[in-house]
Write a protein that binds this ligand. Structure first.
Ligand code: FMN
Length: 186
């Protein structure tokens, strides 16, 4: 079974990329296949149209853009890794566009049709705004639990303190990320 990793920082080799990669390695060491989507590589992207078609067709988003395979992968996955950077105190815009597309997993009564019990790990990076990183990471966990009945396996809110993107990530954080990944074990 598969863990889907959704990485939205535009910086390949940046902090979120490396922390998410460490969670992925932990998941692999626990015997999981990992599929990663670097959202910045997607070209055809549309936001949820609130058309409600998904509410009448059993939960299929009718938008056929580059986000569609991401949504399909989440539907089939047993675990999800979510990574966003903080931009102006919030999750970044690209991540938000993809995150909103999870609306297709809610039925007319706002009850999830996603298989319950998927494990979820969250990574949020910021330069210096530790409060926003903490708040946004908690909020992502809360949405995944309250709306989609996911099981959180770990959350990392990481401040880079304006370091260049190729500076090392704290080893304690990488160790924590690896341990979080291992919790994807069934
Ligand atoms: C448009 C933009 C807005 C940003 N706003 C904030 C902010 O409000 N607070 C903050 O601490 N960092 C902010 N940052 C810095 C990024 O959060 C930071 O560089 C990123 O999380 C580093 O992780 P990464 O290497 O995974 O991209 C912003 C960056 C950009 C590009």
């Amino acid at each position: 079974m598969t863990v889907v990793s959704i990485v939205s920082s535009p910086r390949k080799g940046g902090f979120g990329d490396r922390i998410a990669a460490e969670i992925e390695e932990g998941a692999r060491s626990a015997g999981k296949d990992v599929v990663r989507f670097d959202l910045n590589d997607l070209r055809s992207i549309r936001q949820c149209q609130n058309c409600e078609a998904c509410k009448h067709n059993g939960g299929t988003c009718v938008l056929k853009d580059d986000i569609a395979p991401v949504i399909d992968a989440i539907r089939d996955a047993e675990g999800i890794i979510l990574d966003t950077s903080i931009q102006f105190n919030e999750m970044n815009g690209l991540f938000k566009v993809v995150f909103d597309r999870l609306y297709c997993f809610l039925d007319m009564n706002a009850t999830t049709i996603m298989e319950k019990g998927k494990k979820v790990a969250v990574v949020v990076t910021a330069s210096a705004d530790a409060d926003s990183a903490e708040r946004v990471s908690k909020n992502l966990d809360n949405v995944m639990v309250q709306h989609f009945f996911c099981e959180p396996v770990g959350r990392i809110a990481y401040c880079t303190w304006m370091m260049p993107k190729d500076m090392p990530v704290d080893q304690t954080v990488l160790d924590e990320a690896r341990a979080i990944g291992a919790r994807f074990r069934s």
